[in-house]
Design a protein around this ligand. Structure first.
Ligand SMILES: *Cc1c(COP(=O)(O)O)cnc(C)c1O
Length: 355
């Protein structure tokens, strides 16, 4: 007799992690911070190791209070999860089930289609426009009576494009109030446009908006798994029902609080990552690759049928990036040395283009 399987799971692709890098290579495949954790964060976490025999505070009260004060929202509107990918799952499970539809741009965050299918709902991917950005009009047109949730990944992973704050507001205003608009701002700290951080303001002005933030990227805590949402209280309440109990560890909560105490220091690091991102874009462009201007901590190269070639060149130069076969390569920003390495890997091409 075969073991039981849940119908529909065949259609769920397993999440693919960015490739690991051999010793000495630059791992630019997962949009991680190139910086090791801040000493103050390591100290705070170390001090909590003695209480590992205790369950964490399931309500993450201290962290949620801190975030509520920071964004001037009600405590009931703040939820935490084991990474914002877990929160994305909570939000989907809170509003959508079998027969319901979830709209998102494509290509966008790899996890969206699987999370939607796992909830039993139907993914509705809407192609990005010719500039690799969200096509908000097409997304509006994709709404049906079955639509429950729309993701707007801003800046978008993997293309690094942002939507203009006014256009996003017009979009949100046009979406029916029984559809939740989730603005995934995993990369908001790297955005240097005037539209930066539009999500929270939209949350304040509209009843059907939730915003996702993470400590994984700009704050460098990817290994600890912690993120949060600012969501309408009624949605947040249902998120708590579908969350796996005790998913967010005490160490993660502690590290998040310590990071909020160290925001000035982190801001300097973020500026460095932004500077290397722009340099990475310029190096790629100078070498003749069609890099897209990015507001995140990575650069997208829609290399099309030259994707494998670019991946190989980088790999030979000791750089592991994220390739999407036939579409393009996403290269995370890194340290000065990491981007030096990208430059060396493309040296022959740089010379040819400039000859
Ligand atoms: C990395 C990422 C996340 C979440 O990361 P967590 O580590 O789970 O917080 C969420 N959304 C997007 C678009 C991402 O790229």
């Amino acid at each position: 007799m075969p073991l039981p399987t849940r119908p529909g799971l065949d259609a769920v692709p397993a999440y693919r992690q960015g490739r690991s890098a051999p010793a000495g290579a630059s791992k630019l495949s997962s949009n991680e911070s190139p910086h090791p954790p801040l000493p103050s964060v390591v100290d705070a976490v170390t001090a909590r190791l003695a209480t590992l025999h205790r369950y964490p505070d399931m309500s993450a009260a201290a962290l949620r209070e801190r975030l509520a004060a920071r964004y001037d929202v009600d405590l009931s509107e703040v939820t935490v999860g084991a990474g914002s990918v877990e929160i994305a799952a909570q939000l989907i499970h809170a509003v959508a089930g079998a027969g319901d539809e979830v709209v998102f741009a494509w290509r966008s965050f790899e996890a969206y289609p699987s999370l939607v299918r796992i909830a039993g709902a139907t993914p509705v991917p809407v192609p990005l426009d010719a500039h690799h950005a969200h096509d908000l009009d097409a997304m509006l047109a994709a709404i049906t009576p079955r639509t429950r949730l729309i993701f707007v990944c801003n800046p978008n992973n993997p293309t690094g494009t942002v939507v203009d704050a006014d256009e996003l507001e017009r979009f949100v205003a046009a979406v029916p109030h029984d559809v939740l608009v989730v603005i995934d701002e995993a990369y908001v700290h790297f955005d240097r446009t005037e539209s930066r951080g539009a999500g929270i303001e939209l949350f304040r002005r509209h009843p059907h908006v939730a915003v996702l933030h993470t400590f994984s990227k700009a704050y460098g805590l990817a290994g600890l798994r912690i993120g949060y949402a600012i969501a309408p209280a009624a949605v947040a309440e249902n998120q708590r029902k579908v969350a796996v109990p005790f998913g967010v560890t005490d160490l993660a909560q502690t590290a998040a609080l310590a990071s909020l105490d160290a925001e000035d220091e982190l801001a300097t690091r973020i500026d460095e990552v932004v500077a290397q991102r722009d340099r990475l874009h310029d190096v790629l462009t100078a070498a003749g690759w069609p890099a897209v201007r990015s507001q995140a901590n990575f650069v997208w190269v829609p290399a099309g049928d030259r994707t494998a070639e670019l991946e190989r060149l980088l790999q030979e130069g000791g750089v592991v990036a994220r390739a999407f076969p036939g579409e393009g390569v996403r290269i995370s920003s890194g340290s000065v040395e990491d981007i030096d390495r990208v430059e060396s890997a493309l040296e022959t091409e740089l010379a040819e283009v400039n000859a």
